[in-house]
Design a protein around this ligand. Structure first.
Ligand SMILES: CC(C)(COP(=O)(O)OP(=O)(O)OC[C@H]1O[C@@H](n2cnc3c(N)ncnc32)[C@H](O)[C@@H]1OP(=O)(O)O)[C@@H](O)C(=O)NCCC(=O)NCCS
Length: 177
C-alpha cells in the first residue's frame, strides 16, 4: 500500500537518508567519487529542516507500508525564459535505491502534476544531469520530452553539472489525495 502526502518536519531525517543513498547510487561515475563519499546524512537533514520550513512550493513524500521511500520537491519554475505563472518545476525527485522500479517514481510525478494543477500550472519542467541516462528514460516514459535547452550549474565544491531540460503539459485534472 503506497501513500503520497505532504512532507512534515519530522520527515527531514528520512528524506535526508533517501537523498544521500539515491545520489550515491545514481550519480556514481557521473559525479566525482570524493563528492559522493563526502555526502552526509546529518548535513542533508539540517538542509531539509530549513527547506521544509522555507519552501514556497511543495515537498511530497511517498510512503510504502508506512516508511518514506522517496520524495519530490516542486513549485513554480525558476527558469526565466518561460512563463512562471503557468510553468511548474520538479526541483528534485529521489527514491531510495531499494525502491527503484516499482512504479513509485510515476506515482510521485502524477502527484506533482495534481498539486501543480491545483496551483494553476499548466506545464511541468525539470532539469536532469547529462549522464543520467536511466532518469532520462524514466522521464520519457512518464511523458516528458527534452526541449533542447541545456545549462551548466556549479556545486558548492566547484563540481560542474551539465544539465538538460525536459517538459510536459499538465493536461488532465489530476486529483491529489
Ligand atoms: C528516477 C526515479 C525517480 C524513477 O522512479 P522509479 O520508481 O524507479 O520509476 P518507475 O518504476 O515509476 O518507472 C515508471 C516507468 O518508467 C520506466 N523506467 C524507469 N526507470 C527506467 C530506466 N532506467 N530505463 C527505462 N525505463 C525506465 C519504467 O519501466 C516504468 O514504465 P511503465 O510504467 O510504462 O512500465 C528513481 O529511479 C530514482 O530515484 N533514481 C535515482 C535518482 C534520480 O536519478 N533522480 C532524478 C534526478 S533528475
Amino acid at each position: 500500500m503506497i501513500t503520497v502526502r505532504e512532507a512534515q518536519l519530522t520527515d527531514a531525517r528520512r528524506i535526508a537518508e533517501v537523498h544521500v543513498a539515491s545520489w550515491q547510487a545514481a550519480y556514481r561515475g557521473i559525479l566525482p567519487d570524493t563528492m559522493l563519499d563526502n555526502l552526509s546524512v546529518e548535513n542533508r537533514q539540517e538542509n531539509w529542516q530549513t527547506w521544509l520550513v522555507q519552501t514556497k512550493g511543495h515537498v511530497l513524500v511517498l510512503e510504502a507500508d508506512g516508511q518514506v521511500e522517496g520524495f519530490v520537491m516542486c513549485g513554480a519554475t525558476r527558469d526565466k525564459d518561460v512563463n512562471r505563472q503557468e510553468v511548474g518545476e520538479i526541483y528534485a525527485i529521489y527514491l531510495h535505491p531499494e525502491s527503484w522500479g516499482r512504479g513509485y517514481g510515476r506515482a510521485l510525478v502524477e502527484a506533482t502534476k495534481a498539486v501543480l494543477h491545483q496551483n494553476g500550472f499548466s506545464e511541468l519542467l525539470l532539469w536532469v544531469l547529462e549522464g543520467n541516462e536511466p532518469a532520462k528514460r524514466f522521464y520519457e516514459r512518464v511523458g516528458f520530452k527534452a526541449d533542447g535547452v541545456t545549462k551548466v550549474e556549479f556545486e558548492p565544491d566547484g563540481t560542474q553539472l551539465f544539465e538538460c531540460r525536459y517538459r510536459q503539459p499538465i493536461e488532465i485534472a489530476h486529483q491529489f489525495i
